[in-house]
Design a binder for this molecule. Structure first.
Ligand code: ATR
Length: 278
């Protein structure tokens, strides 16, 4: 039987995952097909049973099921255990095993933009939701010089920074904005600036230093208001396409054992978004 891969989430109608995974399978002349399945919250358990019964080889998990799926799996890999969320499931001898490739996917996209090791860099993470947690946990393992978190609700940021053994402060958005010159990298992980509220940004970059790299994990739009401000100031930028492709490539590798053509995946995403990546 040809392997079947998939995505479960809600909504999934506009997901670009089927296109990039099917293109990667084709590119490597691998048999198989990737399909997106819309699954309501109350149907999650049945959906996982269905995945088992039908012999699905692997699937991605997206909003709103990334946490809820954990109790339906046979084992959680440490990559997902540390984040408390699963975005990739693989069928193994012991059953369905949950992984998380979000943080590692971001790091894969960030590394080519760095001119120094992370241990020498001060980082500001904006946001304290699920995406921020994945990125924080992955970056913390790289022991950056400083890893601060700013959030609209600073108490949530504190829950992150308390777990980090190195230098880390939990800040309000206003405090971070005032002290922005302290950072080599700013990473925006909130939903602020996402379509349709494309004029919004969580903070202003007025105080950012000239060498600062500004990253936004949003990819719709490709150039968020924050990245536009960064470009206008002559700062280096990184948009959200890299993280999206990075997490997909790592999931693909887990399932097939092959490294996909990331440039091809990226060009499909850019074509669909109708733009040019940073
Ligand atoms: P995800 O899983 O995509 O990270 P999430 O867990 O819902 O999404 O987290 C959303 C993040 O965006 C949070 O940091 C949230 O701030 P709060 O913790 O204060 O809720 C942030 N966020 C959402 N809307 C915001 C807004 N209008 N202004 C500032 N931050 C916002």
């Amino acid at each position: 039987m040809k392997p079947i891969y998939g995505l479960i989430g809600n909504p999934v109608a506009h997901s670009m995952s089927p296109d990039i995974h099917n293109a990667a399978l084709q590119d490597l002349s691998l048999e198989g097909h990737y399909h997106a399945f819309r699954v309501e919250n109350e149907d999650l358990e049945d959906a996982v049973k269905g995945m088992r019964a039908l012999g699905i080889q692997g699937f991605n998990v997206t909003v709103p099921h990334k946490v809820a799926i954990m109790k339906h799996l046979d084992r959680i890999d440490e990559s997902a255990e540390a984040l408390g969320a699963v975005n990739t499931v693989r069928r193994e001898k012991e059953g369905l095993v949950g992984y998380n490739t979000d943080g590692a996917g971001f790091l894969k996209s960030l590394k080519p933009s760095l001119d120094r090791p992370l241990s020498e860099l001060s980082i500001l993470l904006i946001g304290a939701g699920g995406a921020a947690r994945a990125i924080f946990t992955t970056l913390a393992a790289e022991t950056p010089k400083r890893l601060d978190v700013a959030n609209r609700t600073p108490e949530k940021a504190l829950a992150f920074t308390q777990r980090f053994e190195g230098e880390a402060r939990a800040l309000s958005l206003q405090e971070a904005e005032a002290d922005l010159s302290a950072y080599d990298i700013v990473i925006q992980t909130t939903s602020v600036g996402m379509h349709p509220n494309i004029e919004a940004a969580p903070l202003s970059l007025t105080n950012a230093k000239e060498t600062c790299l500004v990253c936004d994990i949003i990819y719709n739009p490709l150039k968020t208001a924050l990245l536009q401000e960064a470009e206008a100031k002559g700062l280096k930028t990184l948009d959200g396409v890299g993280m999206f492709i990075g997490q997909a490539a790592l999931a693909f590798e887990l399932w097939t054992g092959h490294e996909p053509n990331m440039e091809k995946m990226k060009s499909i995403v850019l074509q669909q978004l109708g733009g040019k990546s940073c």
